[in-house]
Ligand binder design. Structure first.
Ligand SMILES: *Cc1c(COP(=O)(O)O)cnc(C)c1O
Length: 428
């Protein structure tokens, strides 16, 4: 597309946008009486307008039926999670039996590593990206120590080459090959939270399996943002949160994928709880854990229905939008437009203050652009916020800007770029 650097052009793209009405489905915070330019869906997605009603429904069921709510009403709580699994499995490219919802993200990462990180003296290493989200680093280090190994020996972090900001797939594959004999697990994010790089997950799975290791993914920044094919790619496990691009509220319930090839593997460890017990026998309360077949066999605790209701409010919007594919098409155009506009700001100012470290290839990124500010980074970030542009800040000099196709417009991108220009003269 030949983009143009005018508000008229942005408005024209908005008018041509078949998904433009979905913005109305969300509540947008105000700044001085006007909608903020919210480019922070990478951190917390906006609230669906319908969320209150979905929660109210469950409060009504609780009020009317109390404990019978588990079995009665329109959506008995006992099977409420089933309504989430269909749409989620489409978003994640999984079979429904491979997906469940439970807990929160880091907790699930731990539970999945209980199953899929089984080090012995020969195979004990984990490969991950350098600069992974800190919670993932802490989870991995503590798992390694729990098994009696030293993270210094057991954790291999792959860093970008000197002078580069993102990883080359060939370098990731090479590290996996070089450590093949000692490798237990390759654990990568789908999209790196800092750079916005979308990794070639299929290539990573292929290399990990060839080395005899498991491949697992933290899809916090990928789920609901970019299409993935967890089943077809053969990933062993994955988990994600629902509060970033899936708009299911702060601390929203997390999702889990376990590939069906592992369902019958009795050698996998699990930290079990009654909610993962065979559903047909759960209430016999018998001793001896027997897992439900499928990802649901990893469930531990009673369903948090209010969190699930919030999740359903959002997933229903994804379904109404026709799933991820149309959203992704708009997303590539929208993020491409913001990228173009930021480059225009640099051109007009005659100096490259804003350097985008996210890959330029649309296939190697999602919504997010990570912008390194050459000077006055924090002041520029504050200027944006003071002028109604909400991105987020990452030390030491990165502003993340993520136009989300469900609720952001091309005009949002234009207005954000306008403020980036104004910031250059306002701050010196
Ligand atoms: C957001 C995010 C988390 C947060 O985990 P919680 O357990 O939900 O706090 C973890 N890992 C990654 C990669 C993230 O992007």
């Amino acid at each position: 597309m030949n983009y143009q650097n005018t508000l008229e052009f942005a408005i024209k793209l908005d008018e041509q946008d078949a998904l433009r009405s979905f913005r109305e489905e969300f509540l947008i915070p105000k700044h001085k009486g006007k909608d903020v330019i919210y480019l922070c869906g990478n951190s917390l997605g906006l609230q669906p307008r319908s969320a209150k009603a979905y929660i109210q429904d469950q409060l009504n069921t609780w009020e009317d039926n109390a404990v019978e709510g588990w079995f009665q009403g329109n959506d008995p709580w006992l099977s409420y999670h089933k309504k989430l699994i269909g749409p989620l499995s489409e978003i994640l490219g999984a079979k429904p039996a491979e997906v469940t919802v439970m807990n929160s993200l880091t907790v699930n990462l731990h539970l999945l590593m209980v199953s899929f990180y089984k080090p012995d003296n020969k195979r004990f290493k984990i490969i991950m990206e350098a600069g992974a989200f800190p919670s993932d680093q802490y989870a991995v280090e503590s798992q390694v120590r729990f098994h009696g190994f030293d993270p210094k020996d057991a954790v291999i972090e792959i860093a970008p080459r000197n002078g580069e900001s993102t990883l080359r797939t060939a370098d990731i594959v090479k590290q996996i090959e070089d450590n093949a004999d000692e490798l237990a697990l390759v654990l990568f994010s789908g999209i790196n939270y800092y750079t916005g790089q979308f990794f070639d997950l299929e290539a990573i799975v292929g290399a990990a399996h060839k080395a005899g290791a498991y491949a697992g993914f933290d899809l916090a920044h990928a789920a609901g943002n970019v299409p993935v094919k967890l089943h077809a790619w053969g990933a062993d496990f994955a988990c994600w949160c629902s509060y970033k691009y899936i708009n299911s509220g702060p601390g929203g319930i997390s999702g889990v994928f376990v590939h069906e090839k592992h369902f019958a593997d009795a050698t996998l460890n699990r930290f079990a709880g009654w909610w993962g017990y065979r559903h047909d026998k759960r209430f016999l309360m018998a001793p001896g854990f027997q897992p439900e077949n499928g990802a649901e066999g990893w469930n531990v605790s009673t369903s948090p229905i209010i969190l699930m209701a919030l999740h359903k409010a959002s997933l229903d919007i994804f379904e109404k939008a026709g799933g991820l594919q149309p959203l992704r098409t708009k997303s590539e155009l929208l993020t491409g437009y913001l990228e173009y506009l930021i480059n225009e700001v640099n051109k007009a100012s005659g100096e490259d203050v804003y350097r985008i470290i996210t890959p330029t290839d649309p296939a190697a990124r999602g919504c997010q652009l990570s912008v390194v500010c050459k000077r006055n980074a924090k002041a520029i970030f504050t200027y944006l916020a003071d002028n109604g542009v909400i991105g987020d800040w990452r030390e030491p000099d990165v502003i993340r800007l993520s136009p989300v196709p469900l609720y952001n417009t091309f005009s949002d991108a234009f207005k954000a770029a306008e403020q980036l220009t104004k910031a250059l003269t306002a701050i010196n």
